[in-house]
Design a protein around this ligand. Structure first.
Ligand code: NAP
Length: 296
């Protein structure tokens, strides 16, 4: 346990009520993200699992992720009996060519539907499994609409799910308008939305509200890095001080309380422990409201 863990009751009148129904989709309450780790990916994935993370986020996008390394980390954890495949929630993504470098996991000349199938096959091989728990569209093909390409990709992803290669589907880097258009054009509702969460946008308030109404689990990334001013705001520092917690723990606890399933991509074992322990931190309803209104 780090110095900021296990400090008992952290605030009075605690309302640590998560608004997303995690058991429904069997999602662990913190995700470990594997972006930007290059040749440390295997060791850090293994370390995250040994430290207690049970949900791993990656992408078949070699530019930012080393999915083969994630698979190696998983294999090491299985080999030592730390976990089995069934203990883990594995999430990966399909990324359009424009989000990739030259190291593509599919034939760029093939149709988008075929690209999805090829990317999925490659992910399963990288991860040493015959199914993932969640498969995300890394981002729609344009910034302002749910386009025909996205519709084709989504239908192909639905087929992957129907064929048993993923349990759930989701979308990432998506706006409210795109979500509305997506829901209008498909029978299938996304199980997850994964977005960068800016405090200045009320922590993605509109998209979160949309998700909540439809029981879509909202995953938030860059909670610390996109909100540096909030993380170091005197109010956050004061709560952290009073609770013998770190500002990062306050942010993660806050996020979960308002229904965000947080991601962390820390490379530090101390931060991994602190992040997981943040769920012992109870914030009052009043504190949560004040944090929510800090910026936006
Ligand atoms: N869908 C997408 O397009 C998308 C985009 C970006 C990220 N993601 C996913 O989200 C994951 C997380 O990415 P992120 O953007 O949130 O950033 P991150 O990789 O989690 O980076 C967090 C930064 O904050 C620092 N930090 C300081 N104290 C910390 C603490 N207690 N806990 C955690 N970090 C602490 C970390 O440094 P230390 O390493 O020293 O702790 C690190 O530099 C990625 O790995 C990826 O899986 C998805």
């Amino acid at each position: 346990m780090s110095s900021k863990q296990g400090t008992g009751v952290w605030e009075n009148n605690a309302t640590q009520m998560s608004e997303f129904n995690v058991p429904d989709k069997n999602v662990p309450d913190f995700m470990y993200g594997t972006a930007w780790k290059e040749d440390r990916t295997a060791a850090l994935t293994e370390l995250a699992i040994r430290t207690g993370f049970r949900a791993i986020d990656t992408a078949n996008q070699r530019k930012h992720y080393f999915e083969v390394g994630v698979g190696e980390g998983l294999a090491a954890a299985y080999r030592d009996g730390v976990v089995s495949r069934a203990d883990l929630f594995l999430q990966t993504k399909f990324t359009y060519q424009r989000g990739q470098d030259h190291r593509l996991p599919y034939d760029p000349e093939a149709s988008l539907s075929v690209q999805v199938a090829q990317s999925m096959s490659s992910s399963l091989e990288h991860l040493g499994t015959d199914y993932v728990d969640s498969y995300l569209l890394h981002g729609p093909s344009s910034l302002d609409e749910w386009a025909d390409d996205d519709a084709e990709v989504w239908e192909a992803m639905c087929k992957e799910r129907d064929d048993g290669r993923t349990r759930f589907l989701g979308v990432s880097n998506i706006s409210l308008r795109q979500l509305e258009e997506m829901i209008e054009s498909h029978a299938e509702v996304s199980a997850f939305v994964q977005n960068r969460c800016y405090a200045r946008d009320g922590w993605d308030r509109d998209v979160r509200a949309f998700c909540k109404e439809r029981e879509i689990i909202y995953q938030g990334f860059s909670l610390l890095t996109a909100n540096k001013k909030v993380v170091s705001h005197p109010f956050i520092l004061e709560i952290a001080e009073r609770a013998n917690a770190t500002p990062a723990q306050v942010i993660f606890s806050f996020a979960r309380t308002i229904g965000i399933l947080p991601l962390t991509g820390t490379s530090s074992v101390e931060h991994m422990k602190e992040d997981l322990a943040s769920f012992d931190l109870k914030l009052s309803a009043e504190t949560v409201e004040q944090i929510e209104s800090l910026a936006g």
